[in-house]
Each structure stands twice: as structure tokens, then as C-alpha cells.
Write a protein of this length. Structure first.
Length: 253
């Protein structure tokens, strides 16, 4: 029998957990966790954006995660680690901006010049790093159906910075990317404007963009991520944002 055992209860961050990500940092030989906590004020109808967004590093001696720093920027909603050419980065999505930090051996510090997007049209709701044919991309979903700066960003290796590759309006917080085979990638974009349907996109390597190939009706405006997984026989399955299951190559185009 295999069971999970609680090793640590983090109670210091009194708020709703909006985002959580973890990675392994080879140079420290340790795991690091980052989270974004959304806290409500005592005033009805108002929300506090002065959130505690901590970074926790695993202490093998103590057998627990310990806080090493906090991000206090306004309105952080999403965090995502990614590694490029051996360097560990942390993308921090917040109200009207995307910040990128790198690990300097002790802390995450801002890239110089800035590698992120200092001004966005709306709040960053979803971040996802993915690789296609050895190239690094970051999907940036925002809470806007008319955005001109949300969608797929590619990493510019010459500048060590993100560059907008494809605008995808209406791709909000539930969007997710999965790559079942080399050179093949799918993007599930939830709640596409204006009718709020989920869209399945297939990567076109020649054009370096995602193309919509199938839509899925919804019964809710809630934007939860699609979940994908491979069965032991190699068949890929997907569970939609409203709980429906699909099989790649059968129900999916």
C-alpha cells in the first residue's frame, strides 16, 4: 500500500492559494517552492492585493521547507519556474505585468535587463512553460477577451528575454499545453471569446503558431485547467474544464 504522509503544514500564509509551483535547483541540490496567496480584507466586497507570495527552500537537516524570500508586488496571481541553458528562472504574473527573476545561488533576483513584460493589458491568470523542438515558450493567459499581448511568448536567446509570438485573446486561467510526442504540441484554451467555448489548438511548426482545430461546449464560465495524462499503453487522455473525458485520436481531432 502506498500512502501520502503530511510532512509540513504551512499555516503562516492566511489566504486562498491561487498558484503553486516547485522545481529542483541542481546547484543547491534542493527543491524550491513558490506560491501566491490571495487574501480578503474584512471590508465586504473588497479584496486585498497586498499578498504574501513566498519562496520556500527545502532544508534537509530540518526536514522541512523554510522561507527564504517574499514577493510583495501588487496583485500576484500566478508563479511558474522554468530552466533555460542551465539557469533557473521564476515567472511571476500579477496585475498588468509579468516579472521574470533568476536564481543567483541564494535568492531569486530580477533579470537585467528585464526579461518579462513590464506592462500588460490585464491581470495574468495563467503561466505555463513548454518546449517544442528544443525551443522554450511561455504561455501567458490574462483576464481579458480583447487582449493584444496575451498568448504565446518565445524565449529570445540572444536577448535572454521573452518575445510575443502569437496573440490568443480569450485564453484565460484554465489554459494548458501538453506535448505527447516530439514536435507535437496541443494547447487547450479555456473560455474563448465571445461564446466561452474551450478550444483545442495544434502547433504548426512551419508557421510557429497554434491553430484552432476543435471546440468544446461549456456549461460554465469557470476556467479550470484541462488535465492530460498517458495510459500505460501510450494512449493520451484529457479531462476537460467541466469534467468530461476525451481520448486523443478518437474524441479529439
Amino acid at each position: 500500500t502506498h500512502t501520502l504522509t503530511l510532512v509540513q503544514n504551512i499555516t503562516a500564509y492566511n489566504g486562498e492559494l491561487r498558484s503553486l509551483d516547485a522545481t529542483y535547483i541542481p546547484e543547491n541540490g534542493a527543491y524550491v517552492v513558490a506560491g501566491a496567496f490571495y487574501r480578503y480584507t474584512s471590508v465586504p466586497g473588497q479584496t486585498s492585493y497586498s499578498l504574501q507570495s513566498p519562496v520556500l527552500l527545502w532544508n534537509p537537516v530540518a526536514g522541512m521547507f523554510e522561507e527564504i524570500q517574499q514577493f510583495v508586488e501588487y496583485g500576484i496571481h500566478n508563479v511558474r519556474f522554468f530552466t533555460i541553458t542551465g539557469r533557473t528562472y521564476l515567472a511571476v504574473g500579477r496585475v498588468s505585468a509579468l516579472d521574470v527573476y533568476f536564481w543567483n545561488g541564494t535568492l531569486f533576483v530580477p533579470t537585467s535587463p528585464p526579461a518579462g513584460v513590464p506592462a500588460l493589458s490585464s491581470t495574468v491568470r495563467r503561466l505555463e512553460h513548454f518546449l517544442i523542438d528544443g525551443v522554450d515558450y511561455l504561455f501567458v493567459g490574462v483576464s481579458s477577451y480583447t487582449c493584444t499581448d496575451c498568448g504565446v511568448y518565445v524565449w529570445d536567446y540572444a536577448r535572454s528575454a521573452l518575445r510575443l509570438l502569437q496573440v490568443m485573446p480569450g485564453s484565460t486561467s484554465g489554459s494548458s499545453v501538453f506535448a505527447p510526442a516530439p514536435g507535437v504540441a496541443f494547447l487547450f484554451a479555456t473560455c474563448l471569446a465571445p461564446t466561452c467555448v474551450d478550444g483545442l489548438h495544434l502547433w504548426d511548426a512551419g508557421a510557429s503558431r497554434f491553430n484552432l482545430i476543435q471546440t468544446f461546449a461549456r456549461s460554465s464560465w469557470l476556467s479550470l485547467p484541462w488535465i492530460t495524462f498517458a495510459a500505460p499503453d501510450g494512449t493520451w487522455y484529457a479531462v476537460s474544464s467541466v469534467g468530461l473525458g476525451y481520448r486523443l485520436g478518437a474524441d479529439l481531432a
